[in-house]
Design a binder for this molecule. Structure first.
Ligand code: SF4
Length: 359
């Protein structure tokens, strides 16, 4: 079943590590953007009925509830099997949570990143662990019981002890789904610039090493598994039955339609990307040519999944040399026709993927 992605690239503040095409923009720009987004969705020729919707950003939880409702009313298929809203902790009220649920939202992904205030302040975020706990309770009261918590391994000032503290909070709050991202500091983010040019404002000097970040990630894999929250994709962990139906479409190459700035679409044979910046999206500039689907994508995208990917006999032959090299190095394991990453392979996944990416 296909899915729908809606991009809302507006944020209350720009996080110090972030280099997405999102951030703080003038208020009037948001009104123009919402008009253009509604026109794009309303003008879409639906060849199928989606069963998942995902509102990402940016910070779509800042979208006024009536504006959210108007956008979702344009999408067929309600009630969707899964309708996720990405949310930044700190502004949720019972009224807003009820409005989300009434609009069809049944899953919320909270951008917690850390439960440790020292780390959060370095990123520019103002919430606390207590605020996250209270907001999860508010979501549950509104009938939204399916909650994801995003965590980042490798934040400035993070230590093995503080990382354990964040995972203690995960245990206490018992979410259905957790995403753990290993921070790769982008040179164009404020934190990345500080790393290159020097300075003490964003904590570049206290950033954990790559090795420490990998250790934090591996610790999380074990700790979450002990809580019954198993890894099913490199960065994603869920209790049984709570894997993200929408995000699985990306890794299983199911079709999806994306709306808004920088949104991507895939119709099963062609990939389409909307202009990246809000300005280009509004003016129609910065169009990106559609790209035909490559058969090899199935391999390196499917390898992200813990279940691995089933190779055809011709693919085993074609990739025989790198597969044997990775088997010898302990980066992949084979089970019949299925190839999957080992724990070590997950940490070196970019090296593995490059070999299967022939374009
Ligand atoms: S990390 Fe998320 S909330 Fe922070 S600036 Fe980037 S898109 Fe916005």
């Amino acid at each position: 079943m296909p899915g729908v992605y809606i991009s809302y690239p507006f944020c209350a503040q720009k996080c110090t590590y972030c280099n997405f095409a999102s951030g703080v923009f003038p208020r009037e720009m948001e009104a123009h953007y919402l008009d253009a987004l509604a026109r794009e969705i309303a003008g879409h020729a639906w060849e199928w009925t989606p069963n998942t919707v995902y509102l990402g950003g940016g910070t779509p939880s800042n979208l006024a509830p009536d504006a959210l409702r108007r956008l979702l009313d344009l999408i067929p298929g309600r009630p969707w099997a899964e309708a996720t809203l990405e949310a930044a902790p700190g502004t949720l009220t019972p009224e807003i949570a009820r409005a989300w649920a009434d609009a069809g939202i049944n899953r919320v992904s909270l951008g917690v990143q850390s439960f440790v205030e020292r780390e959060l302040r370095r990123t520019g975020r103002m919430h606390t662990a207590r605020i996250v706990a209270d907001e999860i309770a508010v979501l549950h009261e509104a009938g939204i019981g399916n909650v994801n918590l995003d965590l980042i391994a490798g934040l400035s000032a993070q230590t093995a002890e503080s990382w354990r503290e964040s995972l203690d909070w995960v245990e206490r709050l018992a979410p259905q789904h957790v995403s753990v991202y290993m921070l790769e500091i982008d040179e164009d983010s404020r934190l990345g610039k500080e790393m290159l040019l020097g300075g003490v404002r964003y904590g570049a000097l206290d950033a954990p090493s790559e090795e420490a970040t990998a250790d934090f990630y591996e610790f999380a894999v074990e700790r979450l598994a002990g809580l019954g929250i198993a890894r099913y994709e490199i960065s994603n962990f869920a209790r049984p039955g709570f894997e993200s139906l929408h995000n699985l479409k990306y890794w299983q190459l199911a079709p999806y339609a994306g709306f808004g700035a920088d949104a991507h679409s895939f119709n099963g044979s062609t990939r389409h990307q909307n202009p990246e910046s809000i300005e280009d999206y509004l003016s129609g500039a910065g169009q990106v040519a559609d790209v035909p689907h490559q058969a090899d994508e199935r391999l390196f995208i499917g390898l992200r999944l813990s279940e691995g990917v089933r190779l055809e006999p011709a693919e085993w032959q074609r990739f025989e040399e790198p597969i044997h090299r990775f088997l010898d190095q302990g980066l992949v394991e084979a089970d019949g026709a299925t190839l999957r990453l080992t724990n070590r392979g997950v940490l070196l996944s970019n090296e593995v993927f490059q070999e299967f990416c022939t374009e």
